[in-house]
Design a protein around this ligand. Structure first.
Ligand SMILES: Cc1cc2nc3c(=O)[nH]c(=O)nc-3n(C[C@H](O)[C@H](O)[C@H](O)COP(=O)(O)O)c2cc1C
Length: 179
C-alpha cells in the first residue's frame, strides 16, 4: 500500500505547516493510502558532524539518535510531505538538520520517492520562498527524488492563519492527485 509521511519542520503546534500537512494526509487517507505524521521538533535529530564515517564505513551514520527511526520511516514510505515555514528566507533549523542527515542514508532510501513540499510564510512575495524551493529542487535533482507538488502559503503569520485561505487549502486537498 502507498504510504505517505508528513514531516513537519515547524515547532508550532497547530501552526500553518501542521494544518497543511494534516490536510494532505487526510486526503491521502481518504484515497486509501497509509499515512503518518512526524514532528521533526520532537524527533531528537542531532547535527551532521561531517565526520564522513557513514561514507568510509558504508554502514551509515555513527550517531545514534532519532535519525535512525527517521531513516526507516523514509525508506518504508513512498511519498514525503515535507513542510517547513520560511525562517530567514530558508527552511527552519529543524528541517535543515533533518535534511543534512540524509547524507548518511543509503541511496536506496531515495529510490522511487516523491515529495510534496509545503512552505508557509508571512511575506506575500513568492520570491521569498525561492531559496527553500530552489534548495529542495536542486537536492532532489541530485538524489533522484521527484518533486510532485509545491504549495507556497503566502501571507500567513499567525498559527492557523492559513485556515482562512481557501485557495491554499484547495491546493493542499488537490496535492494528493499528483502523487
Ligand atoms: C524565526 C522566524 C523567522 C521567520 N522568517 C520569515 C521570513 O524570512 N520570511 C517570511 O515571510 N516569514 C518569516 N517568518 C514567519 C513564518 O514563516 C510564518 O509565521 C509561518 O506561517 C509559520 O508557519 P507555522 O505556523 O507552521 O509555524 C519567520 C518566523 C519565525 C518565527
Amino acid at each position: 500500500m502507498t504510504k505517505v509521511i508528513g514531516f513537519c519542520g515547524s515547532p508550532r503546534k497547530n501552526g500553518n505547516t501542521h494544518f497543511l500537512i494534516e490536510t494532505i494526509l487526510k486526503n491521502a487517507a481518504e484515497k486509501g493510502f497509509e499515512t503518518e505524521y512526524v514532528s521533526l521538533n520532537k524527533a531528537d535529530i542531532g547535527f551532521c558532524e561531517a565526520c564522513d564515517a557513514c561514507r568510509k564505513s558504508g554502514k551509515g551514520c555513527v550517531k545514534k539518535d532519532g535519525m535512525q527511526v527517521m531513516g526507516e520511516k523514509m525508506k518504508e514510505s513512498d511519498v514525503w510531505v515535507l513542510g517547513t515555514p520560511v525562517y530567514w528566507w530558508g527552511p527552519t533549523a529543524q528541517m535543515k538538520v533533518f535534511t543534512d542527515r540524509w547524507y548518511g542514508l543509503p541511496r536506496e532510501t531515495f529510490q522511487n520517492k516523491k515529495v510534496i513540499l509545503v512552505v508557509p510564510m508571512e511575506d506575500t512575495e513568492e520570491k521569498t520562498a525561492s531559496h527553500v524551493i530552489g534548495m529542495y529542487q536542486d537536492a532532489f535533482d541530485y538524489i533522484g527524488v521527484e518533486m510532485a507538488d509545491i504549495i507556497v502559503a503566502k501571507g500567513v503569520m499567525e498559527a492557523g492563519a492559513v485556515q482562512a485561505k481557501p485557495d491554499i487549502i484547495k491546493q493542499a486537498e488537490d496535492a494528493v492527485n499528483k502523487i
